[in-house]
Design a protein around this ligand. Structure first.
Ligand SMILES: N=c1c2ncn([C@@H]3O[C@H](COP(=O)(O)OP(=O)(O)OP(=O)(O)O)[C@@H](O)[C@H]3O)c2ncn1[C@@H]1O[C@H](COP(=O)(O)O)[C@@H](O)[C@H]1O
Length: 107
């Protein structure tokens, strides 16, 4: 399997040039960030519900919906996947617990 989130982000970007009639993604761009953020939130809640159930295939489907809507949201707000990955890479230098412990400490 060679398909990546980067490939999906690219497909989503191309839909900026599509028509609303031909593209669900374009219809989200036209509706704007509040609508996209709401869809992302709905899909996240559906993922939470699926995570509490036994059906792993259904959960994978909800996670796919979340990732797609997150990438649409990122494109709408011009957040590049590479920038998010750079932030995640930066965080690999420290464990989550160490980062949490360092938070809010007076310098
Ligand atoms: N991965 C996805 C993807 N995942 C989910 N969805 C859509 O997200 C929507 C999910 O919304 P819901 O389940 O809430 O269903 P709904 O009631 O139809 O949605 P609303 O009316 O509330 O907006 C559905 O219309 C799905 O088809 C996606 N739509 C597009 N993609 C990818 O984006 C590409 C471009 O799609 P278009 O922009 O439609 O050409 C596709 O080839 C896919 O690769």
């Amino acid at each position: 399997m060679s398909f990546s989130l980067d490939d999906l982000a690219r497909i989503i970007r191309t839909r900026r040039e599509a028509t609303e009639e031909a593209s669900y993604t374009k219809s989200l761009f036209v509706a704007g960030t509040p609508r996209i953020a709401k869809k992302f939130g709905e899909e996240a809640v559906e993922t939470v519900i699926a995570a509490l159930g036994e059906d792993k295939q259904a959960l994978a489907g909800e996670i796919a919906d979340v990732l797609y809507h997150l990438l649409v949201l990122m494109e709408a707000r011009e957040i590049a996947l590479t920038d998010v990955l750079a932030e995640l890479e930066r965080r690999t230098g420290q464990s989550g617990l160490a980062e949490k412990a360092a938070r809010g400490k007076p310098s």
